[in-house]
Write a protein that binds this ligand. Structure first.
Ligand code: GLU
Length: 299
């Protein structure tokens, strides 16, 4: 098992109370990569005066999340030796909070309904081979941004399924100036949300999105230092924009390296051999699991 970079100490997090969180989605069992991330957040909280460590269950996707995974996650974290504040926040209990933020963005003229299917979008992108790409793939070509308002009203009245997208150009104009954030590992960052184009803030099947829920929850829980894997680094550009649009505080960030297997591949939930549950059942101790997860010191 290897780490893609050193962890750093998070020493340049803001002074004062340091509140960190580990925010798993209960769509599978935790593996050593999650253990690394959870221990990373807990250690940074423990390192600061008045530090607090929170666990948040990110269960907006009712189709993929399972209560049995949530129970297993909390049990495995406790087995690792972690403690956290209760009650644990569950995103599924805060849909009204996300809806209120969407209402604010809509009232400001920054959202539009998108009726496109995945197929529609793929076809449109295939027809314009120079379509720009962002961190999540080709950018949405903006088809529904240009729809006639009367047509939109008719489709909405008929109950046509739709996502809600942020009008990125309008959002950037609204903010008016450059935005930045600080990453303890990578240093000062200029926020570049335009990389994502008209990002989805509420899905067709789920009335929010990862970006919106995570940004609102980090603010609601007073998180001062967001720690998470390097794979989510780019998402912070969008989160920083949402903070500006919704007048939320900006935490410090520390995107840590990812644990990889012998072949240099990052660990995945389907990789059962490295599930904490499997290790535990095969006789691995919590201290050994912590060491395998890149945290060999006593906790
Ligand atoms: N729920 C996300 C995941 O399991 C993590 C979100 C975050 O830390 O911002 O990958």
């Amino acid at each position: 098992m290897a780490l893609t970079d050193s962890c750093g100490s998070g020493a340049d997090a803001p002074p004062g109370e340091r509140i960190t969180r580990f925010a798993p989605s209960p769509t599978g069992l935790l593996h050593l990569g999650h253990a690394h991330s959870a221990l990373f957040a807990a250690r940074l909280a423990a390192a600061g005066p008045g530090g607090r460590f929170l666990v948040r269950i990110e269960d907006i996707d009712a189709g993929r999340c399972r209560p049995e995974y949530e129970a297993a996650i909390l049990e495995d974290l406790a087995w690792l030796g972690l403690t956290w504040e209760t009650p644990v926040r569950r995103q599924s209990g805060h849909m009204d909070h996300y809806a209120a933020a969407l209402d604010r963005l809509r009232a400001a003229g920054l959202l539009y309904p998108c009726f496109c299917t995945r197929k529609d979008i793929q076809a449109e992108i295939a027809a314009s081979p120079s379509a720009p790409h962002g961190p999540d793939g080709p950018l949405y070509p903006g088809t529904c941004r240009a729809l006639d308002p009367a047509d939109v009203a008719d489709r909405l009245a008929a109950g046509a399924p739709h996502a809600l997208r942020l009008d990125m150009a309008a959002a950037l104009a609204r903010v008016g100036g450059p935005l930045s954030w600080h990453d303890a590992a990578a240093g000062p960052q200029a926020a570049r949300p335009a990389l994502f184009g008209d990002v989805v803030l509420a899905r067709k099947d789920i009335p929010t999105s990862y970006h919106l829920a995570v940004t609102l929850d980090d603010a609601a829980q007073g998180i001062t230092l967001v720690t998470r894997g390097r794979d989510l680094f780019e998402a912070t550009h969008v989160h920083r924009l949402l903070q500006a649009l919704l007048t939320l505080p900006t935490p410090a960030y520390h995107h840590h390296g990812l644990l990889t297997d012998e072949a240099g591949r990052r660990l995945a939930k389907r990789d059962n051999a490295r599930a904490l549950r499997t290790l535990r059942e095969s006789g691995v101790s919590p201290a050994e699991a912590r060491a395998l997860a890149g945290h060999p010191d006593a906790f």
